[in-house]
Unconditional design. Sequence first.
Length: 276
Amino acid sequence: MKRVNYLNNRDILAEIHKSKNTFCSYTDDDFARYDIILPSIDKINIRTIADAKRNKAKRLGLQEYEQRKEAGERVKQADCAVDYRKIAKTDVVFRIMTYDHIPEEKGRKKNPKNVADTKTKLNFPPFQHFKFNEKDELICVGKSHWEGGMSNGSFNKSHGMATNKLALMWMKLCERYATRGNVRGYKYNDEMKGQAILQLTQIGLQFDESKSNNPFAYYTAAVTNSFVRIINIEKRNQNIRDDILEMNHMNQSFTRQNQGTWERQVKEANKTTEKE
């Protein structure tokens, strides 16, 4: 049976990258693609520059392999390999995770624990893109949550949006999760799916590529929490309804009626086991 591509990390990462770029501004569209992620500009050194060149060479080789394969050529991936030593220092782009260009919002939290708590709340961690120019100087070529030029632009966190393909991925993930055996039998299955989709729209772009390259696990954990939250809310509401019915001497739900029987059977089974 032919394997069907459901969702994979590579496609999800690509759509997250495209979605985040709609919130960003670059001096050139080519600088939107980064080659390495670093926590600060001080981490740019000989080693990280070499790592960035290797990453770029690997990406370029993979792109050429896919293009030639789509064209119908019988080619090996090794034949498309790019020597990272031939890549110039000025051709690599560094993504620096920083809050330097984000305006402060004092009082947003009473006890701020980090820099993010003192800044405006954002939909994903902010960053800047840097590269070397011909004079071997680091220059800023891109900023997240920004509109306009690097020096004469302004902060803007609401002019972007998630791509349609990424939104469809979120919906597909929730639809697929709702068919699992441990949740598909609930009559409020649609409510759980709706809550999960809403949760993904809120935290979908908060995935930090500098910490992990597995957004599928990140999204699955969020969907699981949303489903469990709705189940717990419905169970709590059911207990309240059963309490009201019991107070009015009316029949409770089958779950409440059989609860005592089930607990008694468990106790008897435990006693039998202890005697043996």
